[in-house]
Design a protein around this ligand. Structure first.
Ligand code: FAD
Length: 304
């Protein structure tokens, strides 16, 4: 049995693993895909102290760092169940194996909801972006669209309007769902245009870069093209927590509810990073949260 078993091998899981192993306790990591979202990232410019790096490079560095320690790394394995009997927590894997541990750290991350239109995959990282905090500065002085008029879309439009030349916000519905104060702020900005009742249809580009967003006016089915350099898709972040439903308390959005110490609703089970209710989903935040959850798990172990 493990002392700490970490589910997920992104920045949060890698950080938790290193912190746990450094306490000399038996540590394991189960990862569907070691590296997580970082493996899909092109340029990273906001991982503080590393001026500029690339996703795969950072994943390699994470793996090397984890492997410096006595960590049982089980890559390409997916957890599908969690249960607790007495003080022992059992994690069931999709391959049927059952792993036992005194503490578990959930760090299964999240994925961006996609538009699912032609061109989106092709131009991902070449104009199609999901994170304004990460990629906003790359579009300085350029034209972008934000897809989605919820809080995250309108926040993105406000954020980007301060950096880029012009923002077109595209909303599917006939009204925005964002909070009134955010809408007011956005409408006060001269370089934001809002288009409602619009369905994104296609991302077009040339020479490996996005040039156009095509959308349909839902009122009359007419197609329109917006000339631009970037498209920020803000239609939701889906936490990878389906397998925890009914076992661990989740927020209405499906995020694992944690307190300041990373504790979940089940004693001995902690969580960190994008799969949790922690605000702002970033590499540096996920790593900090992973460290915190690991220290909380250690604290729990020495008290029980
Ligand atoms: P993830 O990175 O999502 O890792 C989750 C891990 O859990 C993975 O190993 C996954 O395989 C595993 N997993 C999931 N379900 C299971 C299961 N059931 N069983 C076992 N394992 C499971 N942030 C920045 O700070 N700067 C950037 O420039 C930046 N750019 C980004 C660009 C893109 C395209 C994307 C998608 C994200 C970007 N982010 C960026 C956000 C950043 O990548 C995330 O905030 C961060 O990776 C979250 O770390 P995490 O460990 O919580 O989750």
């Amino acid at each position: 049995a493990y002392d700490s078993l970490i589910i997920g091998g992104g920045p949060a899981g890698a950080s938790a693993a290193i912190y746990s192993a450094r306490k000399g306790i038996r540590t394991g990591v189960v990862a569907q895909n070691f590296g997580g979202q970082v493996a899909d990232t092109v340029g990273i410019e906001n991982f503080i102290s590393v001026k500029e790096t690339e996703g795969p490079k950072l994943v390699m560095a994470l793996e090397q760092h984890v492997k410096e320690y006595d960590v049982d790394l089980m890559n390409l394995q997916t957890a599908k169940g969690l249960s607790k009997t007495g003080d022992e927590i059992a994690i069931t894997l999709e391959n049927g194996a059952v792993l036992k541990s005194k503490t578990v750290i959930l760090s299964t991350g999240a994925r961006w909801r996609e538009m699912n239109v032609p061109g989106e995959q092709e131009y991902r990282g070449k104009g199609v972006a999901y994170c304004p905090h990460c990629d906003g500065p790359l579009y300085k002085g350029k034209r972008v669209a934000v897809i989605g008029g919820g809080n995250s879309g309108v926040e993105a439009a406000i954020d980007l309007a301060g950096i880029v030349d012009h923002v077109t916000l595209i909303e599917f519905d006939t009204k925005l769902r964002a909070d009134a104060v955010l809408q007011k702020k956005m409408y006060s900005m001269p370089n934001v245009t809002v288009i409602m009742n619009a369905l994104s249809k296609e991302v077009l580009g040339a020479n490996g870069k996005v040039t156009t967003l095509r959308y349909e006016d839902r009122a009359n089915q007419q197609m329109h093209d917006v000339a631009l350099e970037g498209i920020f898709v803000q239609i939701g972040l889906l936490p990878n927590t389906d397998w925890l439903k009914g076992v661990i308390d989740l927020s209405p959005r499906g995020e694992v509810i944690i307190d300041q110490k990373g504790e979940t609703s089940m004693p001995g089970v902690f969580a960190a990073g994008d799969c949790t209710t922690v605000p702002f989903k970033q590499i540096i935040i996920a790593m900090g949260e992973g460290a915190k959850a690991s220290l909380s798990a250690f604290d729990y172990l020495i008290r029980s």
